[in-house]
Design a protein around this ligand. Sequence first.
Ligand SMILES: Nc1ncnc2c1ncn2[C@@H]1O[C@H](COP(=O)(O)OP(=O)(O)OP(=O)(O)O)[C@@H](O)[C@H]1O
Ligand SMILES: [Mg+2]
Length: 235
Amino acid sequence: MTLLQARGLVKSYGPTPALRGVDLEVAEGEILAVTGPSGCGKSTLLHCLSGILRPDAGEVLYGGQRLDTRSEADRSRLRRTDFGVLFQFGQLVPELTAAENVALPLLLAGQGRREARAAALTWLERLDVADVADARPGEMSGGQQQRCAAARALVTEPRVLFADEPTGALDALAGERLLACLTRTAHERHTSIVLITHDASVAAYADREITLRDGAVDPTGLGADIAPAPTGGRR
Ligand SMILES: Nc1ncnc2c1ncn2[C@@H]1O[C@H](COP(=O)(O)OP(=O)(O)OP(=O)(O)O)[C@@H](O)[C@H]1O
Ligand SMILES: [Mg+2]
């Protein structure tokens, strides 16, 4: 069943077009990769889908209901309850331990301390970082920090996780470990993921991939890097 849908999304920043009529659907529990070269509109699309930005034209439907026409307050409430966001840099609070960082969204939502900590520990386990529960970000590797940030994005049990280049700051091994944990958890819990990446090896973790080129979905479905590099390598 379709959970999230975009129809004819158009968005410009002043004279700069970023999206020029994007249609897409994300099914419940589906991991959709959005690939494409720098500047093709990936982040803008994510911001429109998650209700951070309002498109200039077109519509976003979540659970069959218009999202883009709701008020700012309504959209931010929905982001807190139904959506999770993971960026390239996890942006953990440096003064707090891993467990405290992950518990934070639950405490802000009014949950009790003991319950929030228990849930945080469960999520740290799911993301394979239970061993650093009491460490602060400065004492963790980049990969551990990012898996902890993923736990924090998922602790509220969102129906959609929006991830914008979540492995962008990690080496290949740490990236694979994050993606393995994320995709396993998403499939187990039926969480949809919109996974933005410019990296074909990251997109390979998704159930399906679409490619944006100049603000529109490439109908051939082939990435921007289909033209072989002069050396014959992929990039
Ligand atoms: N806040 C902004 N103000 C003005 N122009 C912007 C802004 N954000 C993005 N743009 C422009 O909109 C277009 C799409 O940008 P966007 O950030 O969505 O691309 P992207 O695919 O996420 O790129 P990258 O892979 O480099 O992150 C680009 O031409 C960019 O320069
Ligand atoms: Mg971007």
